[in-house]
Design a protein around this ligand. Sequence first.
Ligand SMILES: [Cu+2]
Length: 144
Amino acid sequence: MHHLKTLALTLALGFPLSALAAGIPVKMYKNPNCGCCDRWAKYLETNGFTVETINTPDLVSVKEKHHISANLAGCHTALVGGYVVEGLVPAKYIKHMLADHLPIKGLSLPGMPVGAPGMPGTAAGPLNVYTLGTGLAPKVFATF
Ligand SMILES: [Cu+2]
């Protein structure tokens, strides 16, 4: 009986650690002066991701490397599971993209609109998430 209790305790204590270790890894390139990226990273971590933050003053070259056009640029560029996540994209859309192995380059929420994850407040209107890698014309992936 005592042995079982110990085992149960070990499992209970071990669970949060293994849950953290199992987080979906995200690498986020951001400007050290931007705060909403950090809030977005925290939000992702409460939604099953583990975020590695890379501060860089030269986000322009990161965006060039991943072919992010100016109209789809957000305040940070993140890499997850071979996809690019540009800006404050909600976690559920990233999970959908990963789970369904969508044949796209990634997702973008351009700019830093109020109401997006990491930007507190109520959105002035519906926010669009765009598909990356579909040529010059932005294609709406989802609206929330
Ligand atoms: Cu930011």
